[in-house]
Design a protein around this ligand. Sequence first.
Ligand code: FES
Length: 275
Amino acid sequence: MWEYTDKVNDHFKNPRNVGAVENPDGDGLAGSLACGDALRLTFKLDEEGRICEAKFQTFGCASAIASSSALTEMLIGKTIEEAEKITNRDIINYLGELPKQKVHCSVMGREALEAAIYNYRTGKTLDRKIDGDVICHCFGVTDKEIEKVAREKNLTTAQEIEEYTKAGSGCGQCVPEIESILQRIAEEKKKQADPAPMTQLQKIRLIEEVIDRQVRPILRRDGGDLELHDVDGNRVFVKFQGACVSCPVSSVTLKDVVETQLREAVSQEIVVEAV
Ligand code: FES
């Protein structure tokens, strides 16, 4: 039996705003029925652009119901800009606390909110494409999702990853792979914190590896690419290819994607330039 706060119990036993808003302005789905947890969130705006109605439908446990109910209460009265600032931690704080193993329920709330706001802004359904390789087949969690949450929330154990994503909480077969992802991240961080002197040749090899593993897959998704042209000290010269050549925001990609990834993995001193 999980230990729940009074507020979680209250929202579970007396959930607020259950159902679906008629003719909603925003409609979002998160989770998956295959995983046993799914949440649909719908909302409507008043003439002043504030959320006047928010409702949820969920297949999930007590925490999923309480998190969804809390989220709808938090949304009512907010503008879209205010609503999109709500994080899963805000949902947990609103409820007092959630057992660590149930944190993923609040994450599902945040994801449903993102999907509903996306739907409001575009009229489309947020298509969460599978990005990366599926590591946890029980819950459909990919290596990229694990890496993202580990970096963003500073998670270092498989147990913590399970709390945020559910990965590892089924058959457990994926746990060694989750641990090796975490180990790789820890080694990268250690290298950054205490960089052993690197020869220029080692640096070039690492730059090539990062471009291959982390940069190219992002660019290729949109038909672009780049090649390493030269390295002079910490100045890295790259040549865009494919769709990136004529892309009007390639200078942003250069800094926000290429330079950021290289700074994280190689050195904070790296400056990337296009040739
Ligand atoms: S594969 Fe991840 S829990 Fe089963």
